[in-house]
Ligand binder design. Structure first.
Ligand code: XCC
Ligand code: SF4
Length: 630
C-alpha cells in the first residue's frame, strides 16, 4: 500500500500557482487579485459601525460623531447589523430547507423523487404530531412535508423540532424568550426590529439573533437535513476522494456547486444514463465524471461518494483546470466571478435557481416536477461540450486524497454498535461514545465547521486545528467547507489515525473510523445538535457541561453567524477565527463573549491566532472535564 502522507500547503499552493498562470494566460480575473484590490477593508464596516438602514444616513460612528443622525449609538448600530447578518443566514438556510419540503411534497412512487428512507420518515412523523400508523408511504410523506412547510408560517406555537432538544434546553430557551416561533416570523421580526426607529438595545437585538439562529438550526436547517435523508437516503459510510486530482482528463467533467441537493441528485443519476454515456463515447470521452464543490458536493458525497474537487475558495480553480465541461450551480456561495471566468474557457456556467441569477450564465430553470428531464438536458449539454475543450489550456493538478464520509448520526450510532434507545435510531445509542469520553480515552469533541475566507490562508486554520486537536485525543465532527479541507489534506483517510493521540487512535482502530467524521453540509450542523443533545441525555448532564466545543476558523457567510448563534444557544461554546463585525461596540462584544453565557450557558470566543485558538479550545474542554470530575 502507498505510504500515507497529508497533502501539504506547499503542494496546494503549487497547484494553485500553476492554475493562476492559466488565469493570466486567458486574461481571467481571480479572487487572489480581487482581494488585493479590496485591501485595506473599510474600518467602519469591519467594526460594524456603519448604518445605512435609512436615507438620513449612511451614518458612521467616530469619536467625533458618536451618534447617527437619529441618535443611535455604536451599540445599537452594531447590534442591529449583527441581527440583520443573522437574519440573512437564517433565511438562507431555512429557504433551502423549504425547497426540500416542497420536493418531498411532490415525491411519488413513479416520479423523479422518491422516498428512499421510509423508516426515517416514520420516525420523524411524530415530531410533527403525525401518527404514521397505517399510512401509505407517500400519503405520509406528503402529510409530513406539508406539516414541515407549515412550520415556516404558522401563527402560533414554537418550532416542533425543538422538542428533540434536551428538556433542559427547551426550558432554557423558553425562559430566555428565545424559543423559536415560525421560521419566517423570526426573520421578519429581525427585519422589523432593525428598521429605523425600532430596537437599539443590544440585549434585545442579540436575544433575537439567538432566537433567529435557533429557528434555523432547530427549524429550517434541521428540516433540510432530515427531509433530505427521507428523500435521498440517510448517509452511510462511503469511500471517496478529494482535491482537484479527481477531475479526469479523458472524461466529460461536470461540477455541481451550491447547496440544495434536489438537482445534483438527479445529475448524479443521469451521469449513469446509458444513452448519455454512449454519446460521451461518441464524442471521444471515456465517461462522465461528476465532482463537486461546497455543500452540494457534501450532499452527494455523503450519499453517493461523489468526489469533492474542493471547497469554497477552490471554485475558480475548478474552472481554471480547463477541463470542466459544465459547472452547474443551485444556490448560495457561488462566486459571480464564475460567469466571466467560464467565458475564458469552453466551460458552461449553468445557473438553475430563481434565487441565484447571474450574468454570463446559462439559466435553466429547475422545475422539480421536471427534474429528471432537466438533469438529462444538462448532462447532455456538458457531453456535447466535450469536443470544445481547448487542450492547450488543460492542466489538472494531480493531488488527491482518499476520504471516508457519510457519518450521519444514524451511521455514527451504527458504527458504535450500540444497543438501546436514541431518537435518531431507536436501535442504537451513543453509550460507547459516552463511555470513551467519560473514561478520558477521548478528551472531548470539536465540531469544526464553516467556510474559507481569504483573511486566512486557504484551509490553513482548518487543517492546523484538526491536526492539533486529534493529536490531543479530541475527536472531530466536520461539515461544510471545513470537512472538504480535511478531505483534501487527507484527514478523512482512516490512516490519519496515525496522527492521533493514543486514546483516539485506539478508538479509530476499534470502531474503524477516521478521527474526523464528515457529517455533511452546513444544514447538517443540525445533525451535530441532535448528537450533542443525545449525548448529554446519555450522560445525564446538560449540554453546556459536555466537553464539546464548536469552531468556525475561516467562516465568511451570514449563514455561519446564524449557525454560531444556534450552536451557542444549544449550550456549546463557539470559537471563531475571523472577527465578526462587532468590535465597534463594547456592549455587543461583551454580551456575545460573556453575557449570553448567563442566558444559554455558552458564549463566543474570538481569536485569529490559530495556535492560540486551538489552545483555548483544548483548555475549555479540559475545564469542562474538570467540572464534571472526569
Ligand atoms: Fe458556503 Fe456551505 Fe461556508 Fe462553504 S461552509 S463557504 S457557507 S459552502 Ni457552509
Ligand atoms: Fe443614521 Fe439612524 Fe438612519 Fe442609521 S437609522 S442611517 S444611524 S439616521
Amino acid at each position: 500500500m502507498e505510504e500515507f502522507k497529508l497533502t501539504t500547503y506547499e503542494q496546494l499552493q503549487e497547484d494553485t500557482d500553476r492554475l493562476l498562470e492559466t488565469a493570466e494566460k486567458v486574461g481571467a480575473n481571480t479572487w487572489q487579485e480581487r482581494v488585493k484590490n479590496q485591501t485595506p477593508h473599510c474600518k467602519f464596516g469591519e467594526n460594524g459601525v456603519c448604518c445605512r438602514i435609512c436615507t438620513m444616513g449612511p451614518c458612521r460612528i467616530t469619536p467625533k460623531a458618536p451618534r447617527g443622525i437619529c441618535g443611535c449609538d455604536a451599540h445599537g448600530i452594531v447590534g442591529r447589523n449583527f441581527l440583520r447578518f443573522t437574519a440573512g443566514g437564517s433565511a438562507t438556510h431555512s429557504d433551502h430547507g423549504r425547497e426540500i419540503c416542497h420536493t418531498l411534497h411532490i415525491a411519488s412512487p413513479d416520479g423523479d423523487y422518491k422516498v428512499k428512507d421510509e423508516a426515517k420518515l416514520r420516525r420523524l412523523a411524530p415530531v410533527f404530531d403525525i401518527d404514521p400508523e397505517g399510512k401509505e408511504t407517500y400519503e405520509l410523506a406528503h402529510e409530513v412535508a406539508l406539516a414541515a412547510l407549515e412550520e415556516y408560517g404558522k401563527p402560533f406555537g414554537y418550532q416542533k423540532m425543538t422538542k428533540r432538544a434536551t428538556k433542559e434546553r427547551q426550558e432554557t430557551w423558553l425562559r430566555e424568550g428565545i424559543l423559536p416561533r415560525a421560521i419566517d416570523r423570526e426573520v421578519s421580526t429581525a427585519m422589523h426590529m432593525t428598521h429605523m426607529g425600532n430596537s437599539s438595545l443590544p440585549e434585545a437585538l442579540i436575544r433575537q439573533a439567538l432566537r433567529n439562529g435557533l429557528s434555523d438550526g432547530w427549524g429550517g436547517s434541521m428540516m433540510g437535513t432530515e427531509l433530505s435523508d427521507v428523500l435521498f437516503g440517510t448517509p452511510k459510510e462511503i469511500e471517496t476522494e478529494a482535491d482537484l486530482g479527481v477531475i479526469k482528463e479523458d472524461e466529460v467533467n461536470i461540477c455541481v456547486h451550491g447547496h440544495d441537493p434536489s438537482l445534483s441528485e438527479m445529475i448524479v443519476e443521469y451521469a449513469e444514463n446509458p444513452e448519455l454515456l454512449a454519446l460521451a463515447k461518441e464524442k471521444g470521452a471515456n465517461g462522465i465524471n461528476i465532482v463537486g464543490v461546497c455543500c452540494t458536493s457534501n450532499e452527494v458525497t455523503m450519499r453517493h461518494g461523489i468526489p469533492m474537487a474542493g471547497n469554497f475558495l477552490s471554485q475558480e480553480n475548478v474552472v481554471l483546470t480547463g477541463a470542466m465541461e459544465a459547472i452547474v450551480v443551485d444556490v448560495q456561495c457561488i462566486f459571480p466571478a464564475l460567469g466571466p471566468l467560464s467565458k475564458c474557457f469552453h466551460t458552461k456556467f449553468i445557473t438553475t435557481s430563481d434565487i441565484c441569477r447571474m450574468p454570463d450564465s446559462e439559466f435553466i430553470h429547475m422545475d422539480p416536477t421536471k427534474a429528471g428531464q432537466i438533469a438529462y438536458d444538462i448532462v447532455k449539454m456538458a457531453v456535447e461540450n466535450f469536443a470544445n475543450r481547448n487542450k492547450d489550456l488543460v492542466y489538472i493538478p494531480q493531488h488527491k486524497q482518499k476520504a471516508y464520509v457519510g457519518y450521519s448520526c444514524e451511521e455514527i450510532i451504527h458504527k458504535l454498535d450500540g444497543v438501546t434507545n436514541s431518537q435518531v435510531d431507536p436501535t442504537g445509542t451513543y453509550r460507547p461514545l459516552a463511555q470513551v469520553v467519560t473514561s478520558g480515552v477521548i478528551r472531548g469533541a470539536v465540531a469544526l465547521v464553516g467556510c474559507n475566507n481569504p483573511k486566512v490562508r486557504h484551509d490553513y486554520a482548518h487543517v492546523e486545528l484538526m491536526k492539533k486537536l486529534i493529536a490531543n485525543d479530541i475527536i472531530l465532527v466536520l461539515s461544510g467547507c471545513s470537512a472538504q479541507a480535511a478531505a483534501k489534506a487527507g484527514l478523512l483517510d482512516k490512516r490519519a489515525k496515525e496522527l492521533c493521540g493514543d486514546g483516539l487512535k485506539r478508538v479509530c482502530e476499534l470502531v474503524d473510523i477516521p478521527p474526523a467524521l464528515h457529517m455533511g453540509s452546513c444544514v447538517d450542523i443540525s445533525r451535530m445538535m441532535l448528537l450533542v443533545c443525545d449525548l448529554a441525555n446519555e450522560l445525564g448532564i446538560d449540554t453546556p457541561q459536555l466537553p464539546v466545543v464548536g469552531c468556525a476558523p475561516e467562516y465568511m457567510s451570514e449563514k455561519a453567524v446564524s449557525i454560531g448563534n444556534y450552536v451557542v444557544s444549544t449550550g456549546i461554546d463557539t470559537f471563531l477565527g475571523v472577527q465578526p463585525y462587532v468590535a465597534g461596540s463594547s456592549e455587543c462584544t461583551e454580551l456575545l463573549t460573556n453575557g449570553i453565557g448567563d442566558w444559554v450557558g455558552a458564549t463566543y470566543y474570538v481569536e485569529s491566532d490559530i495556535e492560540k485558538l486551538g489552545d483555548m479550545m483544548i483548555e475549555r474542554i479540559e475545564e469542562k472535564r474538570k467540572a464534571l470530575g472526569i
